[in-house]
Ligand binder design. Structure first.
Ligand code: DQQ
Length: 661
């Protein structure tokens, strides 16, 4: 029913400004020509503004400081623009380092030299960037998801949160509850830094259910002396489904860094699992020795005294500090998720580490020998930190939990900003959580996980449009008329013309999304896919696409990419091409799903074998000006696309109505 297409001729890619040649410079640091021109313009505006400002200051120097002109750049006491006019661009020095002196990686997006120019955002543009159905606190900074669990009818999410500002610091545990993982109530903080052992931050931790129904929360405290220690907390009242009050154990801290481990390299305890005899609990903590990432294992009967087991659960040279390790079983036969202590035939174990050095989450499938307390990867070439990633975009410090309500394992991940810290302060908030994803073993490939948005997100789907069998010749692009381009759930499949595919060889075996130059780089068998947040002239847009590289031996490798190079005209936004290979099984179409929610696009290829989360901040393609296109930029084949796009409603996220309950 592609009626819209029959009225609208396919665009010619050669004429689309979007497809102008890519500059030779590396994408992350280069600015398109238009930006360079605007920089000159900005420089002259800045000079004149500075001159004018000096004059004004001479006249008003006895008056109080203006409350509107610019956010104070000290990370606290934010003052926000009170107008919807463009906020004056400003040159600036890189923000102060955040986190590194405390032993975690840089928590500020530090712009490089020549890019230290702010875009003239308006308040309307900045408020458009706030998401509508992803979890975000009301304001300020958020990072890692912590201790997710399901209890007495409520899903609980705790999260690293700065109550004071939109930058990392004063880390406390925010707390929210939901009946369905989509609509949330904010609750009072679960924990704040108020003890000598966590006064520098109540850092990441995980929950464990004990068989008698108690819940223990192990978390990392950053002490008054900046030493990372492990601490125990538990709910004050188990009959409270909201788990409002948390007690920090009087014997805290329960663990100090062991000999040979740096005092800033010991953090993020996992959910515990039962030892082979079932009488003790084990959990793992990430660390490093020199450049080798390691996971230490502790055993405890009562969560008050602990023994460190000999050796490591696993180690991988060259991977650096392992943060937020996660360790859990997946069934190779069933589709349901497994509780953390389950082991035996038909089970593999996933080991995940968040690499502090490159800020990406890597996982590997393997086997856990609980008697030896060793985990061995199925494929040493795809070991933790050198092989597969959960997500090839912006996604970090993730954590799973077993949802006993629906027998599934759910993955949460922290999605950072890729605009500047300066802009985060203007917005008054930074970071979102991904839509929670179910994680299962991919029984078709046997070599990867499948991640998929929890079914509950589909509650938000409303009106849909469908475009069936849209023919896209080589080098063509077709607009799709959609209702709400800022909030969509897009499901699309693509088929390459079979005969042309058989007869085409493109030995581009070294293709890789990040180094490819993006969707403007044409091959015989790709790229083809969708473009979201495009403006009418295609000067801005974010293509999500497949690229097939087929060698002379007839073997094809498919890549799934997201090209952000032209996602925004703002110069102070990080723009790269993300992506990786995606396995395609014989007979499968190329399929993708993208959850679009203002400044975030989460894209899943082939049912979730390869996932990419993008943060994008368009300047033109926002609100009603945003367009969606199908495109085929291959030179050698035609592609047939079928797409269904739902408008997505907004999640209801607000404070818990205590006064009404
Ligand atoms: N975030 C926490 C640490 C963790 C890091 C501090 C990962 O516990 O290692 O906010 O983002």
């Amino acid at each position: 029913m592609a009626t819209y297409l029959s009225k609208t001729p396919a665009y010619d890619l050669e004429d689309a400004t979007y497809y102008s040649p890519i500059p030779d410079q590396p994408p992350a640091t280069s600015a398109p020509a238009g930006h360079r021109r605007s920089k000159k313009l900005l420089a002259s505006i800045l000079f004149s503004s500075f001159f004018l400002l000096s004059l004004i200051l001479l006249f008003i120097k006895h008056q109080p400081e203006s409350a509107v002109s610019q956010t104070k750049f000290n990370g606290t006491n934010q003052e926000k623009s009170s107008t919807s006019k463009p906020i004056s661009p400003a040159t600036r020095t890189p923000p102060p380092s955040r986190g590194v002196s405390q032993g975690v990686s840089e928590k500020a997006f530090r712009l490089a030299g020549s890019e230290n120019v702010s875009y003239s955002w308006t308040k309307t543009m900045l408020s458009w960037q706030r998401t509508s159905y992803h979890f975000q606190p009301e304001d300020n900074w958020m990072n890692d998801p912590n201790g997710p669990l399901y209890y007495k009818g409520w899903y609980h999410l705790f999260y690293q949160y700065n109550p004071d500002s939109a930058v990392w610091g004063t880390i406390s545990w925010g707390h929210a509850v939901s009946k369905d993982l989509i609509h949330w109530f904010y609750l009072p903080f679960a924990m704040v830094p108020d003890q000598w052992y966590d006064i520098s931050g109540v850092w990441t931790g995980s929950a464990t259910f004990l068989p008698d129904g108690r819940i223990v929360m192990l978390y990392t405290g950053d002490t008054v002396d900046i030493v990372q220690v492990q601490c125990l907390a538990y709910p004050a009242n188990l009959s409270d489904p909201l788990l409002l009050d948390w007690v920090k154990y009087s014997g805290n801290p329960v663990l100090f860094p062991p000999p040979g481990i740096g005092v800033k390299d010991f953090r993020d305890p996992t959910t515990a699992w039962l030892s082979p005899d079932g009488d003790k609990w084990r959990f793992t903590i990430g660390s490093k020795v020199n450049k080798t990432g390691i996971s230490l294992v502790y055993e405890t009967a009562d969560f008050k005294s602990y023994d460190m087991l000999d050796g490591y659960l696993h180690e991988v040279p060259g991977t650096g500090m392992w943060e937020c390790v996660d360790f859990y079983p997946v069934s190779t036969k069933e589709v349901n998720g497994l509780d953390t202590s389950v082991n035996g035939p038909g089970i593999k174990h996933v080991l995940k580490a968040s690499l502090d050095d490159d800020k990406n989450d890597y996982y590997a499938l393997g086997t856990y020998d609980q008697f030896e307390n060793k985990w061995v990867p199925d494929d040493p070439e795809l070991d933790v930190g050198i092989g597969l990633r959960y997500d090839y975009g912006k996604y970090y410090a993730s954590k799973t939990f077993y949802d006993q309500n629906k027998q599934r394992r759910i993955l949460w991940g922290w999605v950072r900003e890729t605009d500047s810290e300066y802009d985060d302060l203007l917005k008054g908030w930074a970071s979102v959580q991904s839509i929670p994803r179910t994680v299962v073993f991919d029984q078709k490939t046997g070599s990867n996980l499948l991640q998929w948005p929890v079914i509950e997100v589909e509650e938000l789907r409303s009106k849909s449009v469908e475009f069936d069998n849209v023919k896209l010749g080589p080098g063509s692009i077709s607009p799709l008329k959609v209702g709400s381009p800022s909030q969509m759930d897009i499901v699309a499949s693509f088929e390459i013309d079979k005969d042309a595919f058989e007869g085409t060889v493109e030995a581009n075996s070294s293709y890789s999304c990040p180094t490819s130059g993006g969707a403007a780089n044409r091959g015989k068998l790709g790229p083809f896919g969708i473009i979201v947040f495009a403006d009418e002239t295609l000067s801005e847009g974010t293509p999500i696409y497949f690229y097939v590289a087929k060698g002379a031996n007839g073997k094809a490798e498919t890549h799934f990419c997201a090209d952000e190079l032209r996602s925004s005209e703002a110069p102070d936004v990080y723009k790269v091409v993300y992506g990786s290979k995606v396995p395609i099984i014989d007979g499968e179409k190329y399929s993708l799903r993208s959850l679009v929610d203002h400044s975030i696009v989460e894209s899943f290829a082939q049912g979730g074998r390869t996932v990419i989360t993008s943060r994008i901040y368009p300047t033109k393609a926002i609100n009603g000006a945003a367009r969606v296109f199908l495109f085929n930029n291959a030179t050698g084949v035609s592609v047939t696309a079928s797409v269904k796009i739902w408008n997505m409603g907004s999640a209801d996220i607000r404070h818990f109505p205590f006064n009404q309950s």
